[in-house]
Design a protein around this ligand. Sequence first.
Ligand SMILES: [Fe+2]
Length: 157
Amino acid sequence: MTEKKPTRKNLRVEAEAAFEEHRRISRMMCDLEQWLDEPADCARTWSECLREQLDPLLRILGPHFEGEEASPLYKEVPDEFPRFAPSLDRLFEEHQRILGDLRGILEEATATTVPVRAQIRELTLRTKMIVFTLRRHESEENEILQQAYWDDLAAGD
Ligand SMILES: [Fe+2]
């Protein structure tokens, strides 16, 4: 059985949904950064509050990354535009690293009931670095989608 090739219109609809999911993840990252900068209003321990921030993000990121790796949006891209293939390979390899780093931080934070101030500072810094990486990562994906489904296909409309 031959797989049916998605139409350009369908791919654009999927690309819109991908942008929307990136916006949703971006909002979660903003909330996380805000909390990292001002964790004062947290009534429980810092670790518990960090878990409250990271759990929902991890729950979304896992399926989000899996969805991207299986999506026709990205599968079609290297066929039609081979110049994007190396970037996509690199971005997809980064998925597991981002998840692993976030899980590692959460594990470390919750390994001790109340982490000392220096440990909180270090974990805060590391979490911020992952947020930075994730923002850059999603922005690179957006850039590829933009070029593949708007700029490059504009002539085909
Ligand atoms: Fe993404």
